[in-house]
Write a protein that binds this ligand. Structure first.
Ligand code: ADP
Ligand code: MG
Length: 639
């Protein structure tokens, strides 16, 4: 066959293959056009999952009659002049309408403010009809029907109507988050209607509150109760938005949103940074919830990487990653101790359901359901008492708070590692008293965020009281978190105290694993774990970190070998160390089932208050839940 230029229709269909993957891509393009046209109300109607009908109505500037034909021609756009690096609108490629017109029946009705009438063009099979006058208010109505009728191969790949209509909703929500001044509505025979009222006026700068209101319309009202505001800037790149506290996490990443200069993106680097920020506070199979807005000079980011405009390329990816990780970590640390409100909510529901039926544990439900904690508690093995702890031998900062009427010691962030180590070692020692005692609550302790410990129940839950609430702490989860933080501190400050084993423990391992563990012997030494080679396929463990107490050394070494294998990459050392710390913390923390004295419990509560991120354990589960007195009164029908 000789070389010839493809017909306009074929060229458009090829382009459509990239831009128009499914009905949701059509909706995305049309809604973006409406926003670019300055609309403040956008209505979307669909039928048959968008395959039969998509109609987008807006009240934007409209298209003049003499430009309607151009709008549906390839490479015709009103949004880009000569500089492809200066992209400020959502659209710029001039591709969407002609692409849609080549794979569906497309009708555009539009009227500008100064026109005496509206006009309509219709494109069918790449063939243009019109423009002809039509009745319409100011704005534009784009109607797409019989999508992919011209490309049956594509039609075959469509999912069910339901799946396609859900995908459309997702696309609209994703865009809506970054345009709170626009009212969105979606309706149709294939769905239940959704309304997202504008949360601020067009033209005014979007306040943090307006931003949060729109996000909550999309993510649910409880997001705002668990959200941390982000706002920071580095070298001309500004990051705003909200992320949720770690215990408010999800089973998938659908609740992660990122925007660059207002444009929704699905950029791997941005989402990777979001994950990275939470890497040591959320379990690997759970996903943080958050909305990130990046604002930067359009010249520093290339959005023209893919026709669907979802991927981007930053001029300085390291800067952007650092900004995201740093800002979120800072916000998490600042938030101090705070469990997900959904924990208390779920607890209320569980009580109100009369009895303890298992509340919703579907994969999408938040992990902070107390039912989950109750259930996991049954897996804990009680630990037999080993040695006597006395308040006098403890580190001065860790002596019980109200012994001998001494003033309560202050817990400060500084010198944290040492204080922590002492606290932890005191917890690894059992108390002599094995009854679940009720303890007195000095008034000043009631004012502390986690209050005064009053009792320990089921050998794992500390019941504490503040001035206006009841707090229940999962002692195992809390302890694990504290150990982990102490281990991390040990990496930066002085090494952890080690305890010599009477007889070195020999661990048999596959040779590669033994190799890996020994290769990191120096690092493990910092954690107080001393290992050396013991012939082929074995290592000898001579010392273990004192704060971990007695543990299964064999299992610890095997788990560490796995962690090292998985994370030992050239640039992942820090990551690996964090994972090693988490693994060790988990081994050292099977401390539920151990009775604690009142002073020990109060010391644990104070330590939690002083430790950033201690509201969640290393797996993102809450370490404590709080029921307000008002909630308790509600339970008893007093309110
Ligand atoms: P792009 O958005 O990349 O410019 P499109 O094919 O999506 O390309 O749209 C072509 C042109 O049609 C736009 O540049 C714009 O001028 C006009 N247009 C499309 N939709 C609308 C709308 N809803 N309101 C006003 N003008 C629109
Ligand atoms: Mg467009």
């Amino acid at each position: 066959m000789s070389i010839r230029l493809l017909s306009e229709t074929i060229i458009n269909q090829i382009a459509a293959g990239e831009v128009i993957e499914r009905p949701a891509s059509v909706v995305k393009e049309l809604v973006e056009n409406a926003i670019d046209a300055g609309a403040t109300r956008i209505e979307i109607v669909t039928a048959g999952g968008g395959k039969n009908l998509i109609r987008v109505t807006d009240n934007g500037g409209g298209i003049p009659a003499d430009e309607l034909a151009l709008a549906v021609s390839r490479h015709c756009t009103s949004k880009l002049t000569d500089d492809v690096h200066d992209i400020r609108a959502l659209g710029f490629r001039g591709e969407a309408l002609p692409s849609i017109g080549s794979v569906a029946r497309l009708s555009i009705k539009s009227r500008t403010a100064d026109a005496d009438s509206g006009y309509e063009v219709v494109v069918r099979g790449g063939h243009l009809e019109g423009p002809r006058p039509t009745a319409i208010n100011r704005g534009t109505i784009v109607e797409v029907s019989d999508l992919f009728y011209a490309t049956p191969a594509r039609l075959k790949f469509m999912k069910t109507d339901r799946a396609e209509s859900t995908a459309i909703t997702e696309v609209v929500k994703r865009i809506a988050i970054s345009f709170p001044q626009v009212r969105f509505s979606i309706a149709g025979t294939d769905r239940s209607p959704l309304e997202l009222p504008a949360s601020c006026n067009a033209g005014e700068t979007v306040s943090e509150a307006a931003m949060l209101e729109r996000i909550s319309q999309v993510l649910g009202a409880d997001f705002s109760e668990n959200a941390l505001a982000l706002d920071s800037e580095r070298e001309g790149v500004r990051l705003t938005g909200f992320t949720a506290i770690p215990s408010f996490n999800r089973a998938n990443s659908l609740h992660q949103f990122a925007y660059i200069n207002g444009r929704p993106v699905r950029d791997k680097q941005v989402f990777g940074a979001l994950r990275g920020a939470y890497s040591d506070v959320i379990a690997r199979d759970r996903h943080p919830v958050g909305v990130l807005f990046l604002q930067l000079d359009p010249a520093y980011v290339d959005v023209n990487v893919h026709p669907a405009k979802a991927d981007v390329r930053f001029r300085d990816p390291g800067l952007v990653r650092g900004l995201i990780v740093g800002t979120i970590r800072h916000a998490l640390a600042q938030s101090g101790i705070r469990p997900a409100t959904s924990g208390a909510e779920a607890m209320l529901k569980a009580f109100q359901a009369q009895g303890f039926e298992t509340p919703d544990r579907s994969p999408s439900s938040y992990t902070s359901s107390p039912a989950r904690n109750w259930q996991s508690a049954t897996n804990y093995r009680p630990e037999p008492p080993r040695q006597e702890w006395s308040p006098q031998t403890a580190h001065p900062a860790q002596r019980p708070l109200h012994l001998d009427n001494q003033p309560a010691p202050r817990y400060e962030q500084a010198g944290f590692g040492e204080a922590m180590q002492a606290t932890i070692s005191q917890f690894t020692a059992p108390s002599a008293d094995s009854r679940a005692a009720e303890i007195e609550a000095p008034a000043e302790l009631l004012r502390a965020p986690l209050g005064a410990a009053r009792a320990q129940i089921h050998a794992n839950y500390i019941v504490a009281q503040t001035e206006d609430s009841l707090v229940i702490v999962d002692q195992h989860a809390a302890h694990e978190r504290l150990v982990y933080e102490a281990l991390k501190t040990a990496l930066e400050a002085k090494p952890m105290a080690a305890q010599m084993l009477l007889i070195p423990e020999i661990v048999d391992l596959p040779e590669e694993d033994a190799e890996r563990v020994v290769a990191h012997a120096e690092t493990l030494e910092r954690f107080g774990l001393s290992v050396e080679r013991f012939g082929p396929g074995a290592v000898a463990v001579r010392e273990t970190p004192s704060m971990l107490g007695e543990m299964d050394v064999q299992q610890l070494i095997r788990d560490l070998a796995d962690e090292i294998a998985e994370h030992d990459t050239a640039n992942g050392l820090k990551d690996m160390l964090n994972h090693v710390a988490a693994t060790m913390a988990c081994h050292g923390s099977v401390r539920s089932g151990r009775r604690m004295k009142g002073e020990e419990m109060n010391a644990l509560l104070r330590q939690m208050e002083a430790t950033p991120g201690s509201g969640t354990c290393n797996h993102g589960r809450p370490t404590y839940i709080e029921l307000k007195l008002s909630d308790i009164e509600r339970l008893f029908g007093r309110r």
